[in-house]
Structure formats: C-alpha cells, structure tokens
Design a protein around this ligand. Structure first.
Ligand code: CP
Ligand code: NVA
Length: 314
C-alpha cells in the first residue's frame, strides 16, 4: 500500500478532534523515534534557529519544562512569557498580541482558561499555535498518554480505556477525542453534574462511528472499569476551580481509583494520571505508586510527544 505523506507544517494544535487518525498516528510514531534518538544521544536539531513563545496564564511544571527542554533539544529557542508580564495582562487584545508575536516567533504555545481565547489567538496569528491546556482541552497530554499506552501495550487499536472521576474537564475531554482517533474504546464514569460536555461526546461519537469504537458515558465506576486495559483519573478540582474544592471533595469519593475498583479492570491494566496528583483523593498511593502505574513514563513522554508536535508543525 502506498504511504500517504503527512504534512502538518503550519498547522495549529488546538484540539485533537481536528486531526485525522493518520496524523495522530504520525505524531506518536515520530515521538517514539525522537525518544530513541534522545536515548542514544543522537543529535536531532530539526528546529535550528526557530523560536517558540510560551504564554502561561496558569501554573505548570511538566508543560513548561518539557516544552522548554524539547525546544532546546531540537536546536531551537524557547521563550517563557508569563501572561501577567505581557501587555496582554494589561488589556492588550489577543488579536494584537497574536499579530505582533507572529512577527518575532515561529510558534506559540499557550496555557490559559478559555478555549475561545486560544482559538482567537490562532485566528490572528500567522504561525502555529499549540494548546498547552485550557479548561476544556489538553491535547499535548493525551499525545503523551497514547505514546505511553503504545509503549506498554505494543498497540493502541482495540484497547479499552476507562476514565473515572471529573468527566467535565480538559483531560477527560481530550481523551474522548484522542482514543477514538487511534481505535480505542473509552468508558467514562462520573457523577451527575460532572459528566463530560455533551458537545465533545457527540463529536467523539461521530469519529467512533467511522472506526466502530465505543464511547460510553456512565455513572457506575465498576461498569466503566470492567475489563479496561488502561485506567485514568485526574484531580477532582482543576486549576481555576479552587472555590469548588470542598463541594467536589464531598461528591467524588465513590469515584476514587483504588485497589478494590482496579480488581474489575484487566489483570494487566496500566494506570495513568497527567499529574499533579492528590494521593488519597482521586487515587490511592497503592495504585499510583504501585506496579500498574506508568505515570513517570507518561510525564517523560510529554517531552517526546511535544518534540514531535514542534518538529512537525514548526
Ligand atoms: N500534566 C500537566 O500538564 O502538568 P503541568 O500542569 O505541571 O504542566
Ligand atoms: N485537570 C487538571 C489538569 C492539570 C494538568 C487541571 O486543569 O488543573
């Protein structure tokens, strides 16, 4: 069969939904190759002379460090831009910021609250814009998750992933988009009031119809986890939801990923968490520090997955 050339140069990465299955596969494939090059200390300066601006309106450990190190390893220059230090923080418009930054940089990564702001930045920028997390989506995290699953399981298509906890957040939403792109089934279990956005579920199901995959939104965590190859959870209160924390701590305990719940998963399940984690809340230490957890590989894979994204888009 003739291989279709994947051309992503100049594209934005705002959501995985806008990417074709073969494009997602190409990113994961290149991420694996770059990881191997890095391991062998084989130089790979694909972005020599290129600059990436990184706008942060929320805290970050992994995203900031992995993008910064990744850009450096690719021979490029990463520039950290705290949103509050930019004129953006004093009211300069997103559109004007996009126009100006496009005259200096080769790409922009942004972490902020509203997905609409990232979309606006991309609309007015003439360079690729990468979503480094919004309240709605976190596509870079899910690329790293898929790379981790592929490494551990040898394949992606045909596996079942179960996400338990806050369904109405960036991780769950991006998993819904990501799993169906690579032929995985996904079951989400969340309490009422915290189910994933119905728009996102509808779009994921449209993709799933093409691949024959299942997208389930349930209330019962045991049913969701049943026979799952991959268990995923995330914090019960995301960045920006600090005021809801007490209420969320009351609602979510039945959705904790613990040893008892994990007995319903496939015996060789792997556990993923984007981190930061709250041990004793969404996951027990037994699970996150136990033999099924792949969270440190997952965190490392942020670096390799994003290097692939940067190399392909920039
Ligand atoms: N997983 C993740 O995005 O981590 P940071 O918030 O530390 O970037
Ligand atoms: N859902 C979490 C993910 C952190 C990487 C948050 O938005 O805070």
């Amino acid at each position: 069969m003739e291989e279709k050339a994947i051309q992503l140069k100049g594209r934005d990465l705002l959501s995985l939904h806008g990417y074709e299955p073969e494009e997602v596969a190409a990113i994961i494939e290149l991420a694996g190759e770059l990881k191997e090059k890095q391991r062998r200390q084989y130089p790979h300066p694909y972005l020599k002379g290129k600059t990436l601006g990184m706008i942060f309106q929320k805290s970050s450990t992994r995203t900031r460090v992995s993008f910064e190190v990744g850009m450096y390893q690719l021979g490029g220059y990463p520039m950290f831009l705290s949103a509050s230090d930019l004129q953006l923080g004093r009211g300069e418009s997103i559109a004007d910021t996009a126009r100006v930054l496009s005259r200096y940089l080769d790409g922009i990564m942004i972490r902020t609250f509203a997905q609409a702001d990232v979309e606006e930045l991309a609309r007015y920028a003439s360079i690729p814009v990468i979503n480094g997390l919004t309240d709605l989506l976190h596509p870079c995290q899910i690329l790293a998750d898929l790379l981790t699953i592929k490494e551990r399981k040898g394949t992606l298509a045909g596996l079942k992933l179960a996400y338990v906890g806050d369904g109405n957040n960036n991780i769950c939403h991006s998993l819904l988009f990501g799993c169906v792109k690579v032929g995985m089934d996904i079951s989400v279990a969340s309490p009422d009031g915290y189910k994933p956005s119905s728009d996102i579920v509808r779009l994921a199901r449209q993709d799933a119809m093409r691949t024959g995959n299942k997208v389930e939104v349930l209330s019962d965590p045991i049913e969701a986890v049943s026979e799952a190859d991959v268990l995923v959870t995330d914090v019960w209160a995301s960045m920006g939801q600090e005021k809801e924390r007490a209420e969320r701590l009351r609602v979510f305990p039945p959705y904790q990923v613990n040893k008892k719940l994990a007995t319903h998963a496939s015996p060789d399940f792997i556990f993923l968490h984007c981190l930061p984690a709250h041990r004793g809340e969404e996951v027990t230490s037994e699970i996150i520090d136990g033999p099924h957890a792949a969270v440190w590989d997952e965190a490392e894979n942020r670096l390799h997955a994003q290097k692939a994204v940067l190399a392909l888009l920039l």
